[in-house]
Design a protein around this ligand. Structure first.
Ligand SMILES: Cc1cc2nc3c(=O)[nH]c(=O)nc-3n(C[C@H](O)[C@H](O)[C@H](O)COP(=O)(O)OP(=O)(O)OC[C@H]3O[C@@H](n4cnc5c(N)ncnc54)[C@H](O)[C@@H]3O)c2cc1C
Length: 393
């Protein structure tokens, strides 16, 4: 565990301190008579001015270093408080109450963490590490990246940005939670954490067909999971769409605007109704309805037909099979979801459980990075105002 030993004296007068029980949560220490740092300790010594609260008896929630690293109390000894870097100490030993706990460290959760840290709140982001964003080989519609950006690179940048301002980003999974006396208590793989507000940014998981080499095909862009994201990259290609007809037909019609060769793939003729066939035909979409297998190749797929017809070729396959929404935690915390499992939210991204927010893919709306960022900004600002007891913005 790295403590603040020796680090504090030079910058102490400039650090910010979060104190519970007062709306003035983050004070500039230079206004204090004396804020002493000894080895890994802060001792609050300030006689209150007339009419002021006695700060020496306040509970200190966290201290921000000028480099925006967040220190939180790790132990107490009388009126001395030991502090340690949030992301360098075992959380299980902390028993700490954060202003905000964010579940999920994809684009939504990390962007919210950055905003809330810049609003000077103590923030922890708990991330299980399988962001949908990690699957993005290269995004070309992420604003600000004219040459595109890979999902892992984007996540790395977002994490660094959140950490720069003091958000703690911790590996782990939140397994359950409850709200008790206005405080959220979350059970995680590393222990229990408490928070005044919780943001769920847990995302969704795409359903995909059992194609051998699926992961590699997604990385190579021969299987694509998000036409809104990357249909542009499939312009003029031979595209196959696989999935239940109500989803696959809709996606195929969308993709038809990008390519003259869009085909619905089915295993059996009875998989596609006459009505769907009529709409496909009207939209110029072909149907191959005896597909036995898709054989991944470096630049596309060989399509094996069950009727013995010669193998056909595709450049790109789009599964249109829906997704599993990771809303279990939202449900456990009492939030309402729609029929597909998306968490229902207000215009501020608050769920039906007060103080619980849902942002990014897990919330109802368009599953996009730019949307996740917008959600993060909106929810974080609403949380900030609520924690400061300011009117809604
Ligand atoms: C192949 C592919 C390409 C895409 N291309 C683009 C594109 O070009 N442009 C675009 O805008 N969008 C694209 N998307 C969509 C984009 O990835 C998502 O919209 C975005 O990742 C949503 O961010 P999120 O933070 O909501 O969820 P995610 O990125 O899925 O992150 C959710 C995080 O929450 C964590 N988590 C879940 N449950 C828990 C728990 N209980 N405890 C702790 N952590 C938990 C997960 O481990 C994960 O890290 C693409 C998606 C795919 C699959």
């Amino acid at each position: 565990m790295r403590t603040v030993a020796g680090l504090m004296a030079s910058w102490l007068v400039k650090c910010h301190v979060g104190i519970s029980g007062t709306s003035n949560r983050n004070l500039i220490c230079r206004s204090w008579n004396r804020l002493m740092a000894k080895t890994a300790q802060i001792r609050l010594r300030r006689a209150p001015s007339p009419g002021e609260r006695d700060l020496t008896s306040c509970r200190v929630n966290h201290v921000w270093r000028p480099d925006r690293r967040l220190l939180i109390p790790s132990a107490k000894a009388g009126n001395k408080i030991l502090f340690a870097m949030l992301d360098e100490m075992p959380i299980s030993s902390r028993g700490h109450e954060f202003d905000v706990a964010i579940v999920g460290g994809g684009p939504a959760g990390l962007a919210a963490g950055m905003y809330l840290a810049r609003f000077l709140h103590s923030v922890i982001v708990v991330d299980a590490g399988d962001a949908r964003a990690k699957l993005i080989p290269k995004s070309h519609n992420c604003p600000g990246f004219p040459d595109g950006v890979g999902g892992s690179e984007l996540l790395g940048r977002l994490k660094a940005q959140a950490q720069r301002y003091g958000a703690g980003v911790v590996d782990g999974r939140v397994a359950g939670g409850k709200k008790r006396d206005g405080t959220f208590v979350l059970t995680t793989t590393f222990g229990t954490i408490r928070a005044r507000r919780v943001v769920l940014a847990t995302g969704i998981v795409d359903k995909a067909p059992a194609i051998e080499g699926l992961e590699e095909a997604v990385a190579a862009g021969t299987v694509r999971l998000c036409p809104v994201c990357d249909a542009y990259e499939a312009v003029g290609k031979r595209i196959g769409v696989v999935g239940p007809e109500h989803l696959a037909l809709k996606e195929a019609l969308f993709l038809k605007e990008y390519s003259g060769q869009v085909t619905l793939l089915a295993n059996y003729p009875e998989d596609i109704s006459d009505a769907a066939r009529g709409m496909a035909s009207a939209g110029g979409i072909e149907i191959w309805d005896t597909v036995e297998d898709l054989v991944a190749r470096a630049t596309g797929f060989g399509v094996v037909m069950a009727d013995g017809a010669p193998m056909r070729e595709l450049d790109v396959v789009y599964p249109a099979m829906g997704s599993d929404v990771r809303s279990e935690l939202a449900i456990a915390l009492g939030a309402e979801c729609d029929a597909q499992g998306y968490v229902l939210v207000s215009r501020h991204l608050e769920t039906s459980t007060a103080g619980l927010y849902a942002i990014g893919d897990v919330a109802e709306g368009l599953n996009q990075i730019a949307v996740a960022f917008g959600h993060a900004a909106t929810a974080a600002t609403h949380i900030h105002n609520a924690l400061q007891s300011r009117p809604e913005s």
